[in-house]
Design a protein around this ligand. Structure first.
Ligand code: ARG
Length: 589
């Protein structure tokens, strides 16, 4: 079997069979949704008869019975039993052999039989986007982790993903900072000059604050700082060199966080605000020529036709300020022109805080009016909620400052180390550290991804590193348990025998395993990673139930082969799923 071979899922096969049966009974309704879902009463159920009966002038229960009869007469479907029940439900049971064949098919397949449903779709994902000379804070956690997960899932499904890190690396604040650094040659902020444990960005962050204070207090300094912005924009060599140095040092610090989080972003993915600087005049000219932006009190402004503010006036984007300067709005108009026109994206995702919803609504509206964004391009602001403190209140340090991302990661890893040592007191320090890093970082990522994307969630280290409940550590641990079973089994497995009867716990597990592909398709459509988390949690629970009900290593040789196949497929699915969340799946913990 080749690597691109798709193993069509059972739910799709069942839906196709029910559609055929409906078409035979009610030719006019052949295209109706067969409404097939997993069921507690059978393997699947279809509720199509309830919706269709009225149009067919018949009772739903009668229609369900007719569809059931048509299914019994059909050949080549996985369904062995179709029973009408209640007011018009249809309970569908599958042949054991059909279920075993799915297990064998997925196991033989490097990509678990998942189809390339996003094949060739050029997808730009804007994520992470921290600000130069500022510390990455807890607010950048979600965009980095969610964006990275979407990049992985869409890429796995065959999309051509283009990652874009829209670094905040341009603006008037740099004039202030550069001027201050020049006037304070004694200030330390270069990597090599700093004490261990102090990052460059935290040094720069402090210097920036100092510069801001002088700027506010000393008007002569403020004038020098403004002149410095002009020098930067005019490309003055010394000023630009300073700016480059600041950007490079900040990127080094971001890289430390990216490496630790294990995200896909590379330096080549950086296309920050400064990248768009040479394009801004052209963007503005184009928008002015097409009448999308207009002059208003000396500035160039975009007036929304769709959104009005509380006063009833249209909401605006500031496209060029009265002093001729450009800001965040202009740059984002440039991002969407570049991504549609130059990158030729089919889909564009902006993974940014929900508080910027209005900004993106207006950017998209302007881009549509400019003709950049056409109906064949799918653009989404992938909005997310806020990370709150463990007490459910805004997340602040004890001193009231913003919480640094690195400190949070350290806290999670420390807690994981304590728990791992507790569980395995004999482990050596290095092993504990390695496991704790994987568990702690995985825990932070999982807690973020498993929370519903648009809601706020509380950052609770204690809960996220727990070995029980819906946590990353629980899933990693479930994976290690299966690895240990497989190690003990050795390599002497007979092939899977699809003619053996299925135990109910084997059946439940196999059906969950078969739903991996549809789960990923669902994540690709909704852009909600928590659906994959929920799926993996269900899978781990189904495995636990199976392992309690069905001995594996001590089973009869024939059964043992089939059960080991289930173990292998579960381990592979968990590992792949965790990988798509960007979480390590160690073999031992
Ligand atoms: N740098 C911004 C911030 O930290 C986020 C930028 C998001 N991306 C964009 N294209 N506007 O809030």
């Amino acid at each position: 079997m080749s690597n691109t071979d798709e193993v069509p899922g059972l739910i799709g096969q069942v839906a196709a069979a029910v559609s055929d049966a409906i078409g035979r009974e009610l030719p006019a309704q052949a295209d109706a949704d067969p409404v097939v879902r997993p069921s507690e009463h059978a393997d699947f159920q279809s509720n199509a008869a309830l919706a269709l009966a009225k149009r067919a002038r018949t009772k739903p229960a009668d229609l369900a019975a007719r569809i059931a009869a048509a299914l019994h007469n059909a050949t080549g479907t996985p369904i062995t039993e179709a029973v009408a029940s209640g007011p018009g439900f249809l309970n569908l049971t599958l042949a054991d052999t059909a279920i075993w064949r799915q297990v064998a098919g997925r196991l033989a397949h490097a990509r678990l039989g998942v189809g390339l449903t996003q094949s060739g779709r050029r997808t730009v994902i804007d994520y992470s986007a921290p600000n130069i000379a500022k510390e990455m804070h807890v607010g950048h956690l979600r965009t980095t982790i969610i964006g990275d997960c979407l990049a992985r899932v869409l890429g796995f499904l065959g999309a051509e993903v283009i990652r874009q890190n829209h670094l905040g690396d341009w603006g008037t604040q740099f004039g202030m900072l550069i001027q201050y650094l020049d006037e304070h040659p004694e200030a330390h902020w270069h990597h090599d000059d700093l004490a261990a444990g102090t990052s460059t960005v935290s040094a720069l962050d402090g210097l920036y604050r100092a510069a801001r204070a002088v700027f506010d207090a000393d008007s002569a300094f403020a004038d020098r700082a403004r002149a410095r912005v002009v020098a930067l924009q005019a490309g003055d060599a010394a000023t630009v060199a300073r700016w480059r140095g600041i950007v490079a040092e900040s990127e080094l610090a971001f890289r430390e966080i990216y490496d630790r989080l294990g995200v896909l972003l590379t330096p080549e993915d950086s296309a920050g605000e400064s990248f768009y600087n040479p394009q801004l005049a052209g963007v503005v000219d184009e928008l002015t020529a097409s009448g999308v932006v207009v002059e208003s009190d000396g500035a160039l402004v975009f007036f929304s036709a769709e959104v009005t503010g509380p006063d009833g006036d249209p909401v605006t984007l500031m496209v060029r300020k009265t002093d001729g300067g450009y800001g965040y709005d202009t740059t984002d108009l440039a991002t969407i022109r570049y991504r549609t026109r130059d990158l030729k994206a089919d889909r564009i995702l902006y993974v940014v805080d929900a508080r910027q919803a209005l900004h993106f609504r207006l950017i998209f509206e302007a881009a549509r009016r400019a003709g950049w964004l056409t109906d064949d391009i799918d653009v989404t602001h992938v909005a997310f909620g806020t990370v709150l403190g463990p007490d459910g209140r805004p997340f602040k340090t004890r001193e009231g400052g913003t919480v640094k991302l690195m400190d949070l990661l350290d806290a999670a890893v420390d807690r994981a180390a304590a728990i791992v040592t507790d569980k395995n007191p004999d482990l050596d320090r290095d092993t504990v550290d390695r496991i704790a890093e994987q568990a702690g970082i995985g825990a932070v990522k999982y807690a973020d991804l498993s929370a519903s994307r648009t809601k706020d969630y509380a950052f609770d280290v204690e809960h996220m590193v727990s070995f029980t409940g819906n946590t990353g550590v629980y899933l990693q641990y479930a994976h290690t348990r299966i690895c240990s079973i497989l190690r003990k089994a050795g390599d002497t497995t007979p092939d899977l025998n699809p003619t053996l009867p299925l135990h109910p716990a084997e059946r439940a597990l196999a059906l969950v395993l078969d739903a991996f592909a549809t789960t990923l398709t669902d994540v690709a459509a909704t852009l909600e990673p928590h659906r994959l988390c929920g799926y993996l949690f269900d899978l781990a629970k189904a495995f636990t139930d199976f392992y309690e009900a069905c001995p594996v290593l001590a089973a009869d040789p024939a059964e043992r082969g089939n059960r080991l196949a289930l173990c292998r497929l579960t381990a592979h699915t968990l590992r792949t799923g965790l990988g798509l969340l960007g979480i390590a799946a160690p073999e031992r913990m």
